[in-house]
Design a protein around this ligand. Structure first.
Ligand SMILES: Cc1ncc(COP(=O)(O)O)c(C=O)c1O
Length: 387
Protein backbone atom coordinates (compact mmCIF):
# COMPACT_ATOMS: atom_id res chain seq x y z
CA UNK A 1 0.00 0.00 0.00
CA UNK A 2 1.29 3.47 -0.86
CA UNK A 3 1.06 5.89 2.06
CA UNK A 4 0.28 9.44 1.10
CA UNK A 5 3.29 11.64 1.67
CA UNK A 6 2.91 14.51 4.07
CA UNK A 7 4.01 17.86 2.72
CA UNK A 8 5.54 20.14 5.30
CA UNK A 9 6.50 23.52 3.91
CA UNK A 10 9.02 25.86 5.54
CA UNK A 11 6.19 28.29 6.09
CA UNK A 12 2.48 28.29 5.18
CA UNK A 13 1.28 31.85 4.91
CA UNK A 14 -2.26 30.65 4.16
CA UNK A 15 -2.53 29.35 7.72
CA UNK A 16 -1.49 32.73 9.10
CA UNK A 17 -3.97 34.55 6.86
CA UNK A 18 -6.80 32.26 8.01
CA UNK A 19 -5.79 32.85 11.64
CA UNK A 20 -5.92 36.66 11.30
CA UNK A 21 -8.46 36.83 8.48
CA UNK A 22 -10.98 39.02 10.27
CA UNK A 23 -8.42 41.71 11.09
CA UNK A 24 -6.68 41.58 7.73
CA UNK A 25 -9.92 41.67 5.71
CA UNK A 26 -11.13 44.66 7.72
CA UNK A 27 -7.82 46.44 7.18
CA UNK A 28 -7.94 45.83 3.41
CA UNK A 29 -11.59 46.89 3.22
CA UNK A 30 -10.72 50.13 4.98
CA UNK A 31 -8.03 50.86 2.34
CA UNK A 32 -10.52 50.15 -0.43
CA UNK A 33 -12.94 52.62 1.04
CA UNK A 34 -10.53 55.50 1.67
CA UNK A 35 -8.42 54.98 -1.51
CA UNK A 36 -5.49 56.90 -0.01
CA UNK A 37 -2.77 54.66 -1.45
CA UNK A 38 0.34 56.79 -0.90
CA UNK A 39 1.19 57.54 2.75
CA UNK A 40 -2.40 56.85 3.78
CA UNK A 41 -3.49 56.91 7.43
CA UNK A 42 -2.34 53.33 8.10
CA UNK A 43 1.31 54.27 7.52
CA UNK A 44 1.28 56.83 10.36
CA UNK A 45 -0.75 54.48 12.56
CA UNK A 46 1.71 51.63 12.00
CA UNK A 47 4.66 53.96 12.68
CA UNK A 48 3.12 55.06 15.97
CA UNK A 49 2.25 51.53 17.09
CA UNK A 50 5.55 50.00 16.01
CA UNK A 51 7.56 52.75 17.76
CA UNK A 52 5.59 52.13 20.98
CA UNK A 53 6.03 48.36 20.65
CA UNK A 54 9.77 48.65 20.05
CA UNK A 55 10.34 51.37 22.64
CA UNK A 56 11.90 53.62 19.98
CA UNK A 57 11.18 57.32 19.64
CA UNK A 58 10.40 57.05 15.92
CA UNK A 59 9.56 54.30 13.45
CA UNK A 60 9.49 55.16 9.75
CA UNK A 61 7.83 52.96 7.16
CA UNK A 62 9.89 52.33 4.02
CA UNK A 63 9.56 50.21 0.89
CA UNK A 64 11.78 47.26 1.94
CA UNK A 65 14.35 46.07 4.45
CA UNK A 66 17.07 46.73 1.91
CA UNK A 67 15.98 50.34 1.49
CA UNK A 68 15.77 50.64 5.27
CA UNK A 69 19.49 49.80 5.47
CA UNK A 70 20.42 52.11 2.60
CA UNK A 71 18.41 55.04 3.97
CA UNK A 72 19.80 54.59 7.47
CA UNK A 73 23.35 54.53 6.07
CA UNK A 74 22.82 57.51 3.78
CA UNK A 75 21.32 59.51 6.64
CA UNK A 76 24.30 58.77 8.83
CA UNK A 77 26.70 59.69 6.00
CA UNK A 78 24.96 63.03 5.54
CA UNK A 79 25.02 63.76 9.26
CA UNK A 80 28.53 62.47 9.93
CA UNK A 81 30.36 63.66 6.86
CA UNK A 82 28.18 66.43 5.50
CA UNK A 83 28.20 64.68 2.13
CA UNK A 84 25.62 62.55 0.36
CA UNK A 85 27.58 59.29 0.50
CA UNK A 86 30.39 57.67 2.43
CA UNK A 87 33.77 57.47 0.70
CA UNK A 88 35.35 54.20 -0.35
CA UNK A 89 37.92 54.49 2.44
CA UNK A 90 35.15 54.60 5.04
CA UNK A 91 34.72 51.11 6.43
CA UNK A 92 31.67 49.50 7.95
CA UNK A 93 32.02 46.19 9.74
CA UNK A 94 29.43 43.50 9.24
CA UNK A 95 29.06 39.74 8.94
CA UNK A 96 29.66 37.79 5.73
CA UNK A 97 27.02 35.27 6.85
CA UNK A 98 23.84 37.19 6.03
CA UNK A 99 21.53 37.98 3.16
CA UNK A 100 23.27 39.90 0.34
CA UNK A 101 21.29 43.06 1.10
CA UNK A 102 23.29 43.81 4.25
CA UNK A 103 26.60 44.12 2.40
CA UNK A 104 25.04 45.53 -0.74
CA UNK A 105 23.50 48.40 1.24
CA UNK A 106 26.99 49.31 2.46
CA UNK A 107 28.24 49.44 -1.14
CA UNK A 108 25.25 51.54 -2.17
CA UNK A 109 26.04 54.03 0.60
CA UNK A 110 29.54 54.49 -0.87
CA UNK A 111 31.45 52.75 1.95
CA UNK A 112 33.51 49.56 2.00
CA UNK A 113 32.20 46.53 3.89
CA UNK A 114 34.65 44.82 6.21
CA UNK A 115 33.58 41.30 6.99
CA UNK A 116 34.26 39.90 10.45
CA UNK A 117 33.83 36.22 11.24
CA UNK A 118 30.89 34.68 13.11
CA UNK A 119 30.45 32.70 16.31
CA UNK A 120 30.01 28.96 15.69
CA UNK A 121 27.06 28.42 18.05
CA UNK A 122 24.88 31.32 16.92
CA UNK A 123 26.05 32.24 13.43
CA UNK A 124 26.05 35.88 14.57
CA UNK A 125 29.00 38.25 14.13
CA UNK A 126 31.65 37.77 16.78
CA UNK A 127 32.19 40.86 18.95
CA UNK A 128 35.67 39.53 19.66
CA UNK A 129 36.56 39.54 15.94
CA UNK A 130 35.22 43.08 15.62
CA UNK A 131 37.41 44.14 18.53
CA UNK A 132 40.49 42.46 17.08
CA UNK A 133 40.05 44.36 13.82
CA UNK A 134 39.39 47.67 15.57
CA UNK A 135 42.53 47.22 17.67
CA UNK A 136 44.69 46.23 14.73
CA UNK A 137 43.46 48.27 11.81
CA UNK A 138 40.38 50.19 12.86
CA UNK A 139 41.23 53.78 11.96
CA UNK A 140 38.96 53.90 8.89
CA UNK A 141 35.99 52.19 10.53
CA UNK A 142 32.90 54.39 10.84
CA UNK A 143 30.30 51.94 12.00
CA UNK A 144 29.06 48.41 12.61
CA UNK A 145 26.03 46.58 11.24
CA UNK A 146 25.26 43.59 13.44
CA UNK A 147 22.70 41.24 11.87
CA UNK A 148 20.41 39.46 14.31
CA UNK A 149 20.45 36.31 12.23
CA UNK A 150 17.57 33.85 12.39
CA UNK A 151 15.82 36.07 14.96
CA UNK A 152 18.58 35.79 17.51
CA UNK A 153 20.19 38.83 19.14
CA UNK A 154 23.86 39.56 18.66
CA UNK A 155 25.71 40.41 21.86
CA UNK A 156 24.54 44.01 21.94
CA UNK A 157 26.25 44.81 25.25
CA UNK A 158 29.68 44.07 23.77
CA UNK A 159 28.94 45.62 20.38
CA UNK A 160 27.46 48.84 21.80
CA UNK A 161 30.33 49.03 24.29
CA UNK A 162 32.91 48.81 21.48
CA UNK A 163 31.03 51.31 19.34
CA UNK A 164 30.58 53.89 22.09
CA UNK A 165 34.21 53.60 23.18
CA UNK A 166 35.41 54.34 19.67
CA UNK A 167 32.74 56.74 18.43
CA UNK A 168 31.26 54.35 15.85
CA UNK A 169 27.64 54.18 14.77
CA UNK A 170 25.59 50.99 14.98
CA UNK A 171 22.79 50.09 12.60
CA UNK A 172 21.03 46.92 13.66
CA UNK A 173 19.86 44.68 10.80
CA UNK A 174 16.65 43.44 12.38
CA UNK A 175 15.18 42.05 9.15
CA UNK A 176 14.74 38.63 10.78
CA UNK A 177 14.05 39.60 14.36
CA UNK A 178 10.90 41.68 14.92
CA UNK A 179 10.03 41.36 18.60
CA UNK A 180 13.34 39.82 19.70
CA UNK A 181 15.21 41.46 22.58
CA UNK A 182 18.47 41.87 24.42
CA UNK A 183 18.43 42.29 28.20
CA UNK A 184 14.84 43.49 28.13
CA UNK A 185 15.19 45.99 25.25
CA UNK A 186 13.70 45.26 21.86
CA UNK A 187 16.19 44.83 19.03
CA UNK A 188 16.23 47.73 16.61
CA UNK A 189 15.89 50.23 19.46
CA UNK A 190 19.41 49.68 20.83
CA UNK A 191 21.70 51.01 18.10
CA UNK A 192 21.59 54.36 16.31
CA UNK A 193 19.07 52.87 13.90
CA UNK A 194 17.28 49.56 13.38
CA UNK A 195 16.39 48.33 9.88
CA UNK A 196 13.41 45.95 9.64
CA UNK A 197 12.02 43.97 6.70
CA UNK A 198 8.36 43.11 6.15
CA UNK A 199 9.11 40.72 3.26
CA UNK A 200 6.20 38.22 3.29
CA UNK A 201 8.23 35.35 4.77
CA UNK A 202 9.59 37.43 7.65
CA UNK A 203 8.20 36.82 11.12
CA UNK A 204 6.24 40.04 10.66
CA UNK A 205 5.56 40.07 6.94
CA UNK A 206 3.27 42.01 4.62
CA UNK A 207 1.60 41.03 1.35
CA UNK A 208 4.55 42.35 -0.65
CA UNK A 209 7.74 44.27 0.04
CA UNK A 210 8.00 46.61 2.99
CA UNK A 211 10.37 47.73 5.71
CA UNK A 212 10.86 50.09 8.62
CA UNK A 213 13.57 52.12 10.31
CA UNK A 214 13.54 52.69 14.07
CA UNK A 215 15.51 55.65 15.44
CA UNK A 216 15.69 57.56 18.67
CA UNK A 217 16.65 61.04 17.51
CA UNK A 218 14.55 63.64 15.76
CA UNK A 219 17.15 64.81 13.26
CA UNK A 220 17.71 61.31 11.83
CA UNK A 221 13.96 60.81 11.69
CA UNK A 222 13.53 64.03 9.71
CA UNK A 223 16.33 63.19 7.29
CA UNK A 224 15.12 59.64 6.64
CA UNK A 225 11.66 61.04 5.88
CA UNK A 226 13.21 63.39 3.33
CA UNK A 227 15.30 60.69 1.65
CA UNK A 228 12.38 58.30 1.28
CA UNK A 229 10.38 60.96 -0.57
CA UNK A 230 12.91 61.98 -3.24
CA UNK A 231 15.20 63.86 -0.87
CA UNK A 232 13.26 66.90 0.25
CA UNK A 233 10.54 68.11 2.55
CA UNK A 234 9.00 69.50 -0.60
CA UNK A 235 9.08 66.84 -3.30
CA UNK A 236 9.15 69.53 -6.00
CA UNK A 237 12.25 71.24 -4.56
CA UNK A 238 14.66 68.75 -2.98
CA UNK A 239 17.85 68.97 -0.91
CA UNK A 240 19.38 65.48 -1.14
CA UNK A 241 19.79 62.61 -3.56
CA UNK A 242 16.68 60.75 -2.59
CA UNK A 243 14.62 57.68 -3.35
CA UNK A 244 11.04 56.73 -3.91
CA UNK A 245 11.05 54.40 -0.92
CA UNK A 246 7.74 54.93 0.81
CA UNK A 247 5.89 52.10 2.52
CA UNK A 248 2.64 51.35 0.65
CA UNK A 249 -0.55 52.13 2.54
CA UNK A 250 -1.84 48.64 1.80
CA UNK A 251 1.27 46.99 3.26
CA UNK A 252 1.05 49.22 6.33
CA UNK A 253 -2.58 48.15 6.80
CA UNK A 254 -1.70 44.44 6.61
CA UNK A 255 1.30 44.77 8.92
CA UNK A 256 -0.71 46.82 11.39
CA UNK A 257 -3.32 44.06 11.52
CA UNK A 258 -0.60 41.41 11.99
CA UNK A 259 1.32 43.40 14.61
CA UNK A 260 -1.35 42.48 17.18
CA UNK A 261 -0.35 38.83 16.81
CA UNK A 262 3.43 39.16 16.76
CA UNK A 263 4.09 38.18 20.38
CA UNK A 264 1.73 35.22 20.13
CA UNK A 265 3.31 33.98 16.91
CA UNK A 266 6.85 34.54 18.16
CA UNK A 267 5.83 32.51 21.23
CA UNK A 268 4.68 29.68 18.94
CA UNK A 269 8.01 29.78 17.11
CA UNK A 270 9.82 29.52 20.43
CA UNK A 271 7.64 26.51 21.34
CA UNK A 272 8.51 24.72 18.09
CA UNK A 273 12.21 25.48 18.62
CA UNK A 274 12.04 23.93 22.07
CA UNK A 275 10.42 20.82 20.62
CA UNK A 276 13.20 20.54 18.02
CA UNK A 277 15.78 21.04 20.78
CA UNK A 278 14.27 18.28 22.93
CA UNK A 279 13.78 15.92 20.00
CA UNK A 280 17.21 16.31 18.41
CA UNK A 281 19.73 17.20 21.10
CA UNK A 282 21.16 13.72 21.55
CA UNK A 283 22.00 13.25 17.85
CA UNK A 284 25.75 13.32 17.32
CA UNK A 285 25.54 14.19 13.65
CA UNK A 286 23.94 17.57 14.34
CA UNK A 287 24.88 20.76 16.17
CA UNK A 288 21.79 22.56 17.38
CA UNK A 289 21.75 26.33 17.78
CA UNK A 290 23.35 27.30 21.11
CA UNK A 291 20.64 27.53 23.74
CA UNK A 292 19.79 31.22 24.37
CA UNK A 293 21.31 32.74 27.49
CA UNK A 294 19.26 34.72 30.00
CA UNK A 295 19.48 38.10 28.30
CA UNK A 296 18.67 36.80 24.83
CA UNK A 297 15.08 36.82 23.63
CA UNK A 298 15.30 34.75 20.47
CA UNK A 299 12.25 34.68 18.18
CA UNK A 300 13.40 31.83 15.90
CA UNK A 301 12.71 33.38 12.55
CA UNK A 302 14.57 30.23 11.53
CA UNK A 303 15.51 27.10 13.41
CA UNK A 304 18.84 26.27 11.83
CA UNK A 305 20.94 23.24 12.65
CA UNK A 306 24.46 22.41 11.52
CA UNK A 307 24.79 18.99 9.89
CA UNK A 308 28.21 17.44 10.42
CA UNK A 309 30.39 15.09 8.36
CA UNK A 310 29.48 16.67 5.00
CA UNK A 311 25.98 15.20 5.20
CA UNK A 312 23.90 18.38 4.96
CA UNK A 313 22.82 17.93 1.34
CA UNK A 314 22.13 14.24 1.89
CA UNK A 315 19.87 15.05 4.85
CA UNK A 316 18.16 17.76 2.82
CA UNK A 317 17.40 15.24 0.05
CA UNK A 318 16.26 12.60 2.56
CA UNK A 319 13.82 15.06 4.15
CA UNK A 320 12.57 16.22 0.75
CA UNK A 321 11.79 12.57 0.00
CA UNK A 322 9.66 12.49 3.13
CA UNK A 323 7.85 15.68 2.08
CA UNK A 324 9.72 17.97 4.48
CA UNK A 325 10.98 21.25 2.99
CA UNK A 326 14.20 22.73 4.30
CA UNK A 327 16.34 25.67 3.22
CA UNK A 328 20.00 26.62 3.23
CA UNK A 329 20.33 30.13 4.63
CA UNK A 330 22.94 30.98 3.28
CA UNK A 331 24.96 28.91 0.83
CA UNK A 332 27.59 31.55 -0.07
CA UNK A 333 29.26 33.98 2.34
CA UNK A 334 29.25 37.55 1.06
CA UNK A 335 33.02 37.82 0.58
CA UNK A 336 32.82 34.97 -1.95
CA UNK A 337 30.23 36.72 -4.11
CA UNK A 338 31.30 38.44 -7.31
CA UNK A 339 29.66 41.72 -6.36
CA UNK A 340 32.01 42.10 -3.38
CA UNK A 341 35.17 41.17 -5.31
CA UNK A 342 37.62 44.04 -4.91
CA UNK A 343 35.00 46.00 -2.98
CA UNK A 344 35.31 44.51 0.51
CA UNK A 345 37.93 43.80 3.16
CA UNK A 346 38.25 40.95 5.59
CA UNK A 347 38.79 41.37 9.30
CA UNK A 348 41.10 38.36 9.63
CA UNK A 349 40.24 34.88 8.45
CA UNK A 350 36.62 34.02 7.82
CA UNK A 351 37.05 30.31 8.48
CA UNK A 352 33.95 29.91 10.61
CA UNK A 353 31.75 31.63 8.01
CA UNK A 354 33.24 29.50 5.24
CA UNK A 355 32.56 26.34 7.26
CA UNK A 356 29.05 27.22 8.42
CA UNK A 357 27.67 27.70 4.91
CA UNK A 358 28.49 24.05 4.17
CA UNK A 359 26.59 22.80 7.21
CA UNK A 360 23.52 24.93 7.88
CA UNK A 361 20.03 23.63 7.30
CA UNK A 362 16.91 25.52 8.33
CA UNK A 363 13.94 23.37 9.35
CA UNK A 364 10.24 24.23 8.90
CA UNK A 365 9.12 26.71 11.53
CA UNK A 366 5.66 27.81 10.58
CA UNK A 367 4.26 29.15 13.86
CA UNK A 368 0.88 27.52 13.18
CA UNK A 369 2.24 24.14 12.07
CA UNK A 370 0.69 21.15 13.83
CA UNK A 371 2.53 19.56 16.70
CA UNK A 372 2.57 16.19 15.00
CA UNK A 373 4.13 17.79 11.91
CA UNK A 374 7.00 18.96 14.12
CA UNK A 375 7.21 15.40 15.49
CA UNK A 376 7.27 14.08 11.92
CA UNK A 377 10.22 16.34 11.02
CA UNK A 378 12.05 15.17 14.15
CA UNK A 379 11.31 11.48 13.46
CA UNK A 380 12.66 11.78 9.93
CA UNK A 381 15.85 13.52 11.03
CA UNK A 382 16.33 10.82 13.67
CA UNK A 383 15.72 8.09 11.11
CA UNK A 384 18.39 9.60 8.84
CA UNK A 385 20.93 9.71 11.65
CA UNK A 386 20.11 6.36 13.21
CA UNK A 387 20.10 4.39 9.97
C1 LIG B 1 19.37 39.85 7.20
C2 LIG B 1 18.59 40.55 6.13
N1 LIG B 1 18.90 41.81 5.83
C3 LIG B 1 18.20 42.50 4.90
C4 LIG B 1 17.15 41.94 4.24
C5 LIG B 1 16.46 42.71 3.17
O1 LIG B 1 15.09 42.87 3.35
P1 LIG B 1 14.11 43.03 2.11
O2 LIG B 1 13.99 41.72 1.43
O3 LIG B 1 12.83 43.48 2.74
O4 LIG B 1 14.66 44.08 1.23
C6 LIG B 1 16.77 40.60 4.54
C7 LIG B 1 15.63 39.90 3.95
O5 LIG B 1 15.34 39.68 2.87
C8 LIG B 1 17.52 39.90 5.51
O6 LIG B 1 17.23 38.63 5.83
Amino acid sequence: MITALRQIPMLDLRLEYEYMKKDIDLALASCLSHQSWILGPEVKELETEAAAYLGAKHAIGVSSGTEALVLALRTIAIRLKGSEYFDQEDEIITTPFTFTATGDAILRSGATPVFADVEPGTGNISAEKIMEYLDKDGSRVKGIIPVHLYGRPCDMSLIMGLARERGLFVIEDVAQAFGAGWNGTKLGAIGDAGAFSFFPSKNLGGFGDGGMIAVNDDETDGLVRMLLKHGGRDKYNVDHIGYNARLDTIQAAVILAKLKYIDELNGMRRGIALKYEEGLRDLHGLSLPAFPSNGEFHVYHQYTVRVKDGKRDELKRFLAGAGVSTMVYYPVPLHKMRVFEGRCRMAGTLAESEGIVEEVLSLPIEPLMKEDDVDYVIENIREFHEE
